[in-house]
Design a protein around this ligand. Structure first.
Ligand code: PLP
Length: 514
């Protein structure tokens, strides 16, 4: 096809170009290891490569794709590369890509049941599937398991009864899930304070609200606090990098003494810094006693709950009010796909509901409208990703994927342990290994710099209690033992160079001293 017109692409063009695009993606992913992991471009590289103004006339597909190769691909960080070990995995798989394609192709916006019934109904079904796969407490599931054998009843915005008031929805990110939980908790607490003292102003209550999390919690908790305009206490962790009940309790009591109003606690299942776990049982008991909303952020590691051997992590979940995990991190689904479950969906809906005339529809009494679950009105058909991926892999396939990543992390950790120049930081429980060169932080800082500059591997730093270390996350979908050995060889080679240089400088300094 080579044409220049005003109609963009017609159906036939789309068939042909769409097939080309599938080939492009499959080739890219098949041959990805031939590329550098990180690009070599400098900030501002792209603008000089592209015209200053948009084209007056439509351009051909071939020309657009040529520019993808020429200008875009050189600026891509290859998250699916077998040597990408930074952050956490960017979930991806062919079923998920195809689901994205279908979602885009259908081009729907599912803010209410009427705006797209299938989009609205598939979402709680997939959240229910995943919630059951993770053995979440039944109170979180969109469908009450006690009614499994009954003909299905529809779920509505207001069917919160004393028997079962839980539910779940898909949000764009863990940050959004945590913010929504915090806003729901804030609304609850403000309501109860107004009941206690009807003359009190909202602003007076707001200025006293405090939430608590560990200093290792993701920065999105702090950001949620900024948006919700509440104080956030980032509490110290114990020697296992875990937030403990005593620490929380002491801070709550001190705040209450000052006349402040504790209302929300966010625990983490798998911190970003080092994948540590807070003590949910201790924190939960305090939340129950103090009547605080207890959220658990399992953005990455929550996915492990689909494997029985990780069920022990849910100790204390009986106290949890809401929980999030991102299948777009560790369950082979691409961004965006963050699952959010809540014990009392009415708390969320009450905090987020507005109901203009133009969004009302005749089924509102019988159906749920997912716009009440988040900040945005418009919603994509994200649940197709869950549905396609879970069905394509099956529970067993997804469990195998999680277990492989955990196994490979242990393989990598044993390589690190065999070389006594290195040490491991924290426990290796999931697919993350934190390690450093023994000795001063600057050695590990240099190692990190050399590794990333080499373009052979990509890792990122972390620091806990003044100890600087490198996070090595197993990210690639098909990661294997070979990848662990190659990564370790790259790390060893750079460490050899750094330690050699370091020994030279320290010995010349000591000679000079002599
Ligand atoms: N929570 C944890 C534990 C994370 O590791 C991350 C990101 O890595 C987030 C929250 C934020 O995730 P999102 O980008 O989905 O907002």
């Amino acid at each position: 096809m080579s044409k220049s017109n005003t109609t963009g692409m017609d159906h036939e063009d789309f068939r042909r170009c769409g097939k080309d695009m599938v080939d492009f993606i499959a080739d890219y992913l098949t041959n990805i290891s031939e590329r550098r992991v990180t690009p070599e471009v400098e900030p501002g590289y792209l603008r000089p490569m592209l015209p200053r103004n948009a084209p007056e006339k439509g351009e051909s597909w071939e020309d657009i794709m040529k520019d993808v190769e020429r200008a875009i691909m050189p600026g891509i960080t290859h998250w699916q590369h077998p040597r990408f070990h930074a952050y956490f995995p960017a979930g991806n798989s062919y079923p998920s890509i195809l689901a994205e394609m279908l979602s885009s192709g259908l081009g729907i916006v599912g803010f209410s049941w009427a705006a797209s019934p299938a989009c609205t109904e598939l979402e709680p079904i997939t959240l229910d599937w995943l919630g059951r796969m993770m053995s979440l407490p039944a109170c979180f599931l969109p469908f009450n398991p006690a009614h499994d054998n009954e003909p299905e009843i529809s779920i509505t915005n207001t069917d919160c009864d004393s028997q079962h008031s839980g539910g779940g929805a898909l949000l764009g990110s863990a940050s959004e899930s945590i913010l929504v939980a915090m806003l729901a908790a804030r609304t609850n607490k403000m309501k109860s304070k107004r009941l206690e003292k009807p003359s009190i102003e909202d602003g007076q209550i707001l200025s006293k609200l405090v939430c608590y999390t560990s200093k290792l919690a993701h920065s999105c908790v702090e950001k949620a606090g900024l948006i919700a305009m509440v104080k956030v206490r980032q509490l110290p962790v114990d020697e296992h990098y875990s937030l403990r009940g005593k620490t929380l309790d002491e801070c709550i009591q001190a705040d209450k003494q000052k006349g402040l109003i504790p209302f929300f606690v966010c625990g983490t299942l798998g911190t970003t810094s080092c994948c540590s776990l807070d003590n949910f049982e201790e924190l939960g008991q305090i939340c129950r006693r103090e009547n605080l909303w207890f959220h658990v952020d399992g953005a990455y590691a929550g996915a492990a709950l689909i494997c029985n051997e990780f069920q022990y992590l849910t100790k204390g979940f009986e106290y949890v009010d809401s929980f999030n995990t991102n299948p777009n991190k560790w369950l082979l689904m691409n961004f965006d796909c963050s699952c959010f479950w809540v014990r009392d969906k009415c708390a969320v809906i009450n905090a987020m509901s507005v109901d203009p005339l133009y969004l009302q529809h005749k089924h509102a009494e019988k159906a749920t409208d997912l716009r009440h679950w988040g900040i945005a009105l418009s919603r994509r058909f994200r649940s197709l990703k869950l549905w396609f991926t879970i069905r394509s892999y099956g529970i067993e396939g997804l469990q195998h994927y999680i277990r492989e990543h955990c196994r490979l992390a242990k393989v990598f950790a044993s390589l690190i342990n065999e070389d006594d120049r290195f040490e491991i930081i924290g426990d290796v429980v999931f697919g993350l290994v934190c390690f450093r060169l023994k000795g001063k932080n600057k050695l590990t800082q240099k190692l990190l710099l050399y590794l990333n500059d080499s373009g052979q591997i990509h890792v990122i730093p972390s620091m806990v209690n003044e100890i600087f270390f490198i996070r090595f996350a197993i990210c690639a979908k098909d990661a294997c033992e070979y990848d662990m050995h190659i990564a370790f060889q790259i790390i060893q080679t750079h460490a050899d160079g750094i330690l050699f240089e370091y020994q030279k400088t320290t010995s010349s300094t000591s000679i000079r001293k002599i």
